[in-house]
Design a protein around this ligand. Structure first.
Ligand SMILES: CC(C)(COP(=O)(O)OP(=O)(O)OC[C@H]1O[C@@H](n2cnc3c(N)ncnc32)[C@H](O)[C@@H]1OP(=O)(O)O)[C@@H](O)C(=O)NCCC(=O)NCCS
Length: 208
């Protein structure tokens, strides 16, 4: 199945919120995404679209506010959305540090390299924007996500106790190796070519 990655736009927010609700126990409110996408100078928010099939999830009507009335994919009788969002990710950049704020892929399309593709796109952007390191937090129980991050050089750096408001779980704080080095550039290149081989031509493009 072909996929493409694009910058998240304001009109994507209801669909992103719907994906978020299926991926996290403490999803972000739509306003948080709206705030982020209106400040592209200090962050990168991206969506992963699957081309050529109907939606895997319904846009969240509450997530859209007034926008829900004007979005084509919500109007009765219109053609179905043939490029549904199946994943998304976000990165903040503050001086020489970048922070992965969120990353998610719908359960139906996990373990195919798509989460990795989102992370790779964020890491390449962090480098392009002059960041020296990338950091993130993950639930201590989220060992699948830790494995993905370790593949991209992230290492455990400490804990934030009772970080998650729903159940009080601790967060593991992870930091990457320095990303502004030739060595890291080579590592990303190698990971990208392995991932492209794995995705086997199904990546149609990345435009961020
Ligand atoms: C974390 C997440 C984005 C990974 O997406 P994905 O598309 O399934 O990941 P990929 O297929 O790209 O995995 C790439 C590599 O990461 C590691 N990995 C990913 N998920 C894993 C899992 N559940 N168990 C073990 N390793 C895993 C593996 O090394 C994997 O490579 P492999 O498939 O060759 O073994 C996805 O599981 C998700 O959306 N989870 C819910 C939201 C979430 O927890 N986000 C992270 C918040 S910190």
């Amino acid at each position: 199945m072909p996929y493409k990655i694009e910058r998240m736009r304001l009109e994507d927010v209801p669909e992103v919120v719907a994906v978020d609700r299926r991926c996290f126990s403490t999803p972000w409110p739509a306003d948080a995404y709206r705030r982020e996408v209106t400040h592209p100078e200090r962050n990168l928010y991206i969506v992963l679209r699957r081309i050529g099939e109907g939606p895997l999830t319904q846009p969240d009507p509450k997530g859209g506010g007034f926008l829900t009335n004007i979005l084509p994919f919500l109007k009765e009788g219109e053609a179905p959305n043939t490029e549904p969002i199946v994943g998304y990710a976000g990165l903040w950049i503050v001086n020489d540090e970048a922070h992965v704020t969120t990353i998610a892929v719908l359960p139906e399309v996990r373990r195919q390299g798509l989460g990795e593709l989102l992370l790779l796109t964020l890491m390449e952007h962090a480098r392009a924007k002059g960041a020296q390191w990338v950091t993130l937090e993950a639930r201590v129980s989220n060992t699948g996500a830790h494995a993905l991050y370790r593949k991209y050089t992230f290492k455990d750096a400490g804990y934030r106790r009772r970080y998650y408001s729903d159940d009080g779980e601790d967060a593991l704080v992870m930091w990457s190796d320095r990303v502004d080095t030739l060595e890291f550039a080579r590592k990303l290149e190698e990971l990208r070519s392995q991932l492209q081989a794995r995705l086997d031509g199904s990546l149609l493009g990345v435009s961020v």
